[in-house]
Design a binder for this molecule. Structure first.
Ligand SMILES: Nc1ncnc2c1ncn2[C@@H]1O[C@H](COP(=O)(O)OP(=O)(O)OP(=O)(O)O)[C@@H](O)[C@H]1O
Ligand SMILES: [Mg+2]
Length: 254
């Protein structure tokens, strides 16, 4: 691990509730239903850490880089100003992008030594690229947004085994990882409703985001830390608000 000391979320008030931050090298799942600001929070954590000298890499598989940049700008994070600190690997066009990436990588390498497609297919191409970017940019942190989109692109057939191998690879990278995951009963989770959520066991920490209706009218955002290995932390829900560039928490009022 390149940097020591806890990785802060910079969500005001929240770090104190989780023992000061996340142990470096942890794999944290940021899960919640659509629109709960999972991507915003993941990018916000990278952004604020980058400003303090911990660089990150953001892999976007759902939203394209431009739309991600617009969303982050609207939250007071000018992506372009820090492009070098947080490169974005845009795989939002999935296989098409990976194929293009592979063509480029092949033309850079010695043709004779380069097999047409890495052994583990498109996921392999993506992994090679991520390793290359982490080395080139000396990244300490990584966001994968989202796990469900990755599963589709990488064609996870034996989910349990493929997921286990993927987490093994993430640990080998030796960076602090955030994986965005859709936890609602959308089509994909419905399709795999018979299966357990192995990612919850494989992850070291889980942040859960949700929307809560208060008094039948107002909808508030909530966050809680479901688990964090080797840390004493609160598991309560807190209200999550965003104001003037900052996320902050307040005690949830019933
Ligand atoms: N400037 C802003 N301030 C506060 N909230 C905002 C702002 N801009 C967007 N939002 C909220 O953020 C939500 C989108 O956030 P984000 O894309 O991070 O969510 P997500 O959980 O990743 O969603 P998805 O499931 O679509 O990936 C919007 O639906 C909107 O409610
Ligand atoms: Mg998102």
């Amino acid at each position: 691990m390149k940097s020591h000391g806890k990785v802060m979320t910079y969500v005001k008030g929240f770090d104190d509730e989780i023992g000061g931050g996340i142990p470096p090298g942890h794999i944290t799942l940021i899960r919640g239903s659509t629109g709960t600001m999972k991507s915003s929070l993941a990018y916000y954590i990278l952004y604020n850490n980058a400003l303090e000298g911990r660089k990150g890499l953001y892999i976007t598989l759902e939203q394209d880089a431009e739309s991600l940049a617009d969303q982050m700008r609207s939250l007071g994070m000018p992506i372009n100003a820090i492009r070098k600190l947080i490169p974005i690997l845009d795989l939002s066009r999935g296989r098409e992008k990976l194929q293009e990436l592979h063509r480029k990588m092949r033309s850079l390498k010695e043709k004779a030594l380069w097999s047409p497609i890495p052994e583990n297919g498109f996921l392999g191409i993506c992994q090679n690229k991520v390793e290359e970017l982490i080395e080139e940019h000396n990244s300490d942190m990584l966001v994968v947004d989202s796990l469900e989109a990755l599963e589709l692109v990488a064609d996870f057939r034996e989910r349990r085994k493929d997921l286990y191998d993927f987490f093994e690879w993430l640990r080998f990278l030796d960076v602090t990882v955030f994986i965005v995951s859709e936890s609602s009963l959308d089509l994909l989770t419905f399709m795999r409703s018979e299966e357990t959520f192995d990612e919850a066991f494989l992850a070291d920490a889980i942040f859960e985001l949700k929307m809560e209706t208060v008094n039948g009218i107002d909808v508030q955002r909530r966050i809680r830390c479901v688990k964090m290995r080797s840390v004493e932390h609160k598991t309560d829900y807190f209200t999550l608000v965003h104001e003037n560039k900052w996320f902050e928490i307040a005690k949830a009022i019933r």
